[in-house]
Design a binder for this molecule. Structure first.
Ligand code: ARG
Length: 399
């Protein structure tokens, strides 16, 4: 019986070589290479050509942009998902979708193995491995670059020996992952945490110190999901794309951080995620207006947990689904609009409104419209301070 492996293929050097390794070193007869379009910039023709020369039996391209935006990114926005308070989970969000879709292909073909191009040092291997197993239980997972560490130079020689076209022998010194929600940039000179990131690897954002004059935009949300920009209704993936373009001009959403990876090391990460930064900021501002104090407090705790669970690769888990149920319940009220001022390197919320607002000007006002029951305040504090007084009295007695 012929042996088939199904590979998550990007068209890059690693996964192109993987096609050859699978046949030459792992003994597979057929390799099915599956590419996923999650809104990244990529050269489709080159990827297909390389894949064919490398010996893929089939190259399949899946357009996952809408599923990504509606099914996953929208949930991350509702959950204000920022890992360690800053990183909008760009790669962590795309992996389960890609791996799940590729696993479906493998399942249809009853393939023996599912393959990804991650190394043993990163988070992405967890995300792929878990998602493969969650969607194709019992499948064999192969990660050639985890089984054997290879340098870029070795890969280039290996590929050239097999006639695989290498357009740029000194491909980018950075390791980059990209989708419609942002870009992750690692390695190269960034490995020295003291080095300031140069302009060169950024493609979604311009230099914030050279930003144009500030400008205001209005984002509307329905049940926690962004639905329009300056009054224009847009599907989520297009809205995100437009926000990336607009906010990118201002250099908004550049993030430079030391992050704690699941495998126990700290890594220096540079991200650019203009739309993610703006949309989460705006979404939080709307929630502040409409959710109760207890909802906000509970939700904040669950947001942190959701983000950690997803970061560590457990998208397919009952815990994540249960948090989604909580979040979705809270989002029923999160409909309204947010004014956002775009300026160099920053998106500033300058206004918010909603028919569901719990904020009431008449209660908050110090002006003539004030309806706050002032006479009740003293009694409230008399009761609430009983404990403080008891503690103070005890301290006096014992001293
Ligand atoms: N550290 C980030 C994460 O774990 C980004 C990983 C991006 N992958 C890459 N090959 N550059 O989500």
């Amino acid at each position: 019986m012929s042996r088939t492996a199904v590979l998550c293929y990007s068209g890059g050097l690693d996964t192109t070589c993987a096609i050859c390794w699978l046949k030459e070193d792992y003994g597979f007869d057929d390799v099915v290479a599956v590419m996923a379009d999650v809104g990244q910039e990529y050269d489709l023709e080159q990827a297909i050509e390389r894949g064919e020369v490398a010996g893929a039996k089939e190259i399949i391209v899946l357009d996952l942009k809408e599923r990504f935006a509606n099914g996953i990114v929208a949930q991350a926005i509702k959950t204000n998902a920022l890992y360690e308070g800053r990183y909008p989970l760009v790669s962590a969000l795309s992996r389960p979708l890609i791996a799940g879709a590729v696993a479906e292909v493998a399942l249809e073909r009853q393939a023996e193995a599912l393959v990804h191009g991650c190394t043993g040092k990163g988070n992405d291997q967890l995300r792929f491995d878990y998602a493969f197993k969650a969607n194709y239980p019992g499948v064999k997972v192969i990660a050639p670059l985890r089984d054997q560490v290879r340098t870029r130079e070795e890969e280039i020689v290996y590929a050239q020996e097999r006639g695989i076209p290498i357009t740029n022998t000194k491909e980018s010194p950075y390791s980059i992952d990209e989708n419609l929600f942002g870009r992750a940039i690692e390695s190269g000179m960034l490995e020295d945490a003291w080095n300031a990131p140069p302009e060169e690897p950024y493609t979604m954002t311009s230099d914030p110190t050279k930003a144009p004059a500030p400008k205001e935009i209005v984002i509307a949300f329905e049940a926690g999901v962004p639905v329009s920009l300056d009054g224009k209704k847009l599907p989520v993936h297009e809205l995100i794309h437009q926000m990336n373009v607009e906010a990118g001009k201002y250099g908004i959403g550049r993030i430079d951080m030391i992050e704690n990876r699941a495998v126990g090391i700290k890594s220096r990460e540079v991200y650019e995620a203009p739309a993610a930064t703006c949309l989460i900021e705006a979404h939080k501002a709307l929630e502040d207006l409409v959710l109760t104090r207890d909802e906000l407090r509970l939700k904040h705790y669950l947001e942190v947990r959701w983000t950690e669970i997803v970061y560590e690769g457990k998208w397919f888990s009952p815990a994540r689904e249960a948090i989604d149920a909580f979040v979705d319940h809270t989002q029923k009220m999160v409909t309204g609009e947010v004014r956002l001022r775009l300026q160099g390197g920053q998106a500033v919320v300058v206004g918010r409104r909603s028919d569901n607002a719990l904020y009431a000007e008449t209660l908050a006002s110090y002006g003539a419209s004030d309806t706050f029951p002032h006479e009740a305040a003293e009694g409230l504090i008399t009761l609430l301070s009983l404990e403080t007084e008891a503690v103070a009295a005890r301290a006096r007695k014992n001293s």
